[in-house]
Design a protein around this ligand. Structure first.
Ligand code: SAM
Length: 255
């Protein structure tokens, strides 16, 4: 997995249409349903900090952690553009979701937009669950989404092309997935063509992101072994989870 400079530089451009405000509202509602209203959140795999900024605007204190210093640089840059009252509720630090220890206890740990699916082995995912458990009090919540296995198998990912541009660059991203059925994973091979709009110079970047699709029984087992009880599993952005949903959201409570 790699979220190095090129990918992180264009991450927000690729996902400019993603509605982080509505997503944060969905997560906030789900946390509230299970008793967490306001307080301090740990955001594992916070990326460029867009959910974190929305949570802070809604009144949470948020500590974002990501392994990619390039993604975090963008999160920090965004923070400086926010009103002071919101910015002061936000902090970001570099760390691995599997091993980071901030020495703080949070009201809830969230991990959004398939960060869990980047933990491709049971050991990796359980280490992330252990991190969440370590940073929560009894009854604290761990909320995350992942790529949902039944939907991935019913309709496997195909070659996709995504285009995005701003004043400086035009970016084309070709995604070529290769199934790894014995690992419940997909290696998504990205070819990113980056055109400087002024010089017309084209840079080509190749990246592979291996992502795991997950099934309810294994998630429940690994959460249980990590000290959590699963309270809910819903479709990402709400509603009953069905076999057609590519993203599942889990809410677990620390025992
Ligand atoms: C698809 S991005 C999601 C970022 C952000 N949560 C969002 O919704 O925009 C996945 C992020 O997870 C981070 N990540 C993946 N595995 C990680 C790990 N073990 N520890 C910390 N960060 C991780 C990557 O660096 C990347 O920023």
């Amino acid at each position: 997995m790699s979220f190095h400079t090129t990918y992180s530089r264009y991450y927000d451009l690729f996902y400019q249409e993603k509605n982080y405000n509505a997503e944060a509202a969905f997560v906030t509602e789900l946390l509230g349903r299970y008793g967490i209203v306001g307080g301090h959140l740990m955001d594992l795999g916070c990326g460029t900090g867009r959910h974190a900024a929305e949570f802070a605007a809604a009144g949470f204190r948020v500590s974002g952690v990501d392994m990619s210093t390039d993604m975090l640089a963008r999160a920090d840059a965004r923070r400086t553009t926010l009103p002071a009252a919101i910015a002061k509720r936000l902090s970001f630090q570099q760390g691995d979701a599997r091993t980071v220890r901030t020495e703080e206890i949070y009201d809830a740990v969230v991990s959004l937009f398939h960060v869990a699916s980047y933990q491709t082995t049971n050991a990796d995912f359980m280490a992330m669950c252990h991190t969440a458990a370590t940073h929560l009090p009894r009854s604290g919540l761990f909320l995350f989404d992942c790529w949902y296995g039944p939907a991935v198998l019913a309709d496997p990912p195909d070659v996709r092309i995504k285009r995005a541009s701003n004043d400086e660059s035009a970016v084309i991203r070709i995604s070529e997935p290769a199934m790894r059925p014995h690992e419940n994973a997909v290696a998504v091979n990205y070819t990113i063509l980056l055109t400087d709009r002024q010089t017309q110079h084209v840079e080509t970047v190749l990246e592979t992101h291996v992502m795991r699709y997950m099934f309810k029984p294994e998630v429940e087992l690994m959460l249980d072994l990590s000290g959590f009880e699963v309270l809910d599993s819903v479709k990402w952005m709400g509603g009953a989870l069905s076999a057609e949903d590519l993203s599942a959201t889990f809410v677990a409570r620390k025992r």
